[in-house]
Design a protein around this ligand. Structure first.
Ligand SMILES: NC(=O)c1ccc[n+]([C@@H]2O[C@H](COP(=O)([O-])OP(=O)(O)OC[C@H]3O[C@@H](n4cnc5c(N)ncnc54)[C@H](O)[C@@H]3O)[C@@H](O)[C@H]2O)c1
Length: 452
């Protein structure tokens, strides 16, 4: 057999294994993205192994438990029955036909991309990569990461001198590489996960075809693009679009407040236009692992090209100002009740970064709590998803969730996250003063409500 023929055999073998649901899938990083993905492949009867450096997560999963609120233990049990298991042992990667990487991509303390999770993962995978394997990166990152950062580590540090497949000529000493961004919208129950089209950029056409076939087994539509960098940029465009539009409505909200106009009413009215308008909503500031973080991956990379991404910077400035606007609204509202912020008893309702989810990352509630505490307020919080707020990367609050009894004891209640569980009528009736950052009290007329 010629070298090309042997290589084509590796490709054909993997395609056919994927089609027959026999390809073993290894998912690295079993967080909000990786765990649901592992469950999707398991549901489709693929043999799935999850890899994570967090041994508590590994143990929990192997006990059929869950650590993500919206994933019931029942789903883990079903996957375990289907053969799913979790491990921290990277040597098992050599048994995988496809490896999908879903590790975090945060910003560092200088607000610059922290790619250490991706590079650490690449260093750990490299010794176990074998010919014919497919490696896909899903973590959101700047264009060029897959090809310029991940692939060189995999090529340099694998034991047998394998190279990533490029161009049309196949060799039997190659593995396949692609980038495919995650598009999950936590808490969104209107679009089924498998109905979200999956964008895929392979390093060569064979890698694209393999990745499209693999993802095509669990998603209804795959969207191949010309390169990993094009797929990386697609994800950033989507998130920058949200970030900039949210900043726009946040700024217009500030103007509307001065003009005594209701921005929510205006957005609702504008949304009736059947074309050319997509609604975005103002709030207390951006949260989550994506929108406040990802745009800065691109502005950082742009500097390499002597380019300033001014929209991103302006949007960042407006959005990061929003918690300060909430602070000013609380101070002003208390002042109208002839009360100082210093010593005021304040209840924060909802700390998750958006409604009905158990994710605290980059939540504006954390900044608002800190700002209020700095002014001397006695702050309590309630959130059905968080019995305790301990230490995170940027905060150390050590607060326990309070109950919702005796709401009249608080000088001010601040609605930061509009969870569906709350009875907003009761909150307004029983509270002395309610600052609403989410329009959760829409339709209610009461002088206690301050919309901000
Ligand atoms: N959460 C979302 O809704 C969402 C949506 C779209 C894209 N993304 C992107 O997906 C990526 C993952 O995000 P997430 O929300 O799942 O993060 P997460 O923090 O919930 O999970 C990441 C997991 O990776 C594990 N991990 C870290 N380093 C590892 C290593 N070297 N080896 C094995 N495991 C390791 C962590 O222990 C953790 O369990 C990020 O790039 C994020 O920007 C997230």
């Amino acid at each position: 057999m010629t070298t090309h023929a042997a290589a084509d055999t590796l490709f054909d073998q993997l395609i056919s294994k994927i089609r027959q649901r026999r390809a073993s899938v290894g998912i690295i990083g079993l967080g909000y993205v990786g765990l649901p993905l592992a469950l999707l492949y398991s549901e489709q009867r693929f043999p799935v192994t999850g890899f994570d450096i967090d041994t508590r997560k590994v143990e929990t999963l192997n006990r059929s438990g869950s650590y993500i609120y919206r994933i019931a233990a029942e789903e883990i049990r079903a996957a375990r029955a289907q053969g799913f298991s979790a491990t921290s042992d990277y040597s098992l990667l050599s048994k995988m036909d496809a490896i999908i990487i879903c590790v975090p991509t945060p910003l560092d303390e200088h607000h610059e991309p922290d790619l250490s999770f991706i590079t650490n993962t690449a260093h750990s995978i490299a010794p176990h990569v074998r010919a014919g394997q497919l490696v896909v990166l899903e973590s959101t990152t700047y264009p060029g990461t897959t090809e310029e950062i991940m692939v060189p580590i995999l090529e340099k540090e694998n034991k047998t001198g394998l190279l990533a497949a490029r161009g049309d000529q196949s060799k039997e000493t190659e593995f396949f590489v692609a980038f495919s961004p995650e598009r999950e919208d936590p808490g969104n129950t209107t679009v089924a996960r498998r109905d979200i089209p999956k964008v895929i950029g392979g390093l060569n056409s064979k890698a694209s075809e393999l990745a499209c076939t693999l993802y095509g087994s669990i998603f209804n539509r795959t969207v191949p693009v010309s390169s990993p960098a094009a797929a990386e940029m697609t994800k950033l465009l989507e998130n920058i679009y949200r970030c900039v539009n949210i900043a726009l409505v946040n700024e217009l909200k500030l103007l509307c407040l001065r003009m005594n106009l209701d921005i929510w009413e205006i957005i609702d009215a504008a949304s009736t236009k059947p074309f050319g308008f997509h609604p975005f909503y103002p709030g207390p500031g951006l949260g989550g692992h994506c929108i406040p973080v990802d745009p800065f991956y691109l502005s950082w990379k742009a500097k390499e090209w002597d380019f300033r991404t001014r929209f991103i910077e302006l949007a960042g400035e407006i959005n990061t100002h929003m918690p300060y606007h909430v602070l000013a609204a609380v101070v002003g509202a208390l002042n109208r009740h002839k009360k100082p912020i210093n010593g005021a008893r304040i209840l924060i309702l909802g700390v998750a970064y958006k409604k009905d989810i158990d994710d605290l990352r980059e939540s504006p509630a954390l900044t608002i709590i800190e700002l209020l505490q700095k002014e001397g307020a006695a702050v309590s919080y309630h959130d059905p998803y968080f019995p305790f707020i301990g230490k995170g990367r940027k905060y150390d609050l050590q607060m326990k969730c309070t109950d919702l009894k005796d709401l009249g004891q608080y000088d001010c209640i601040v609605i930061v996250t509009d969870h569906s569980d709350y009875d907003y009528r009761r909150i307004v009736e029983e509270g002395q003063l309610v600052v609403d950052t989410r329009n959760a009290t829409r339709g209610m007329q009461n002088s206690k409500i301050v919309r901000c």
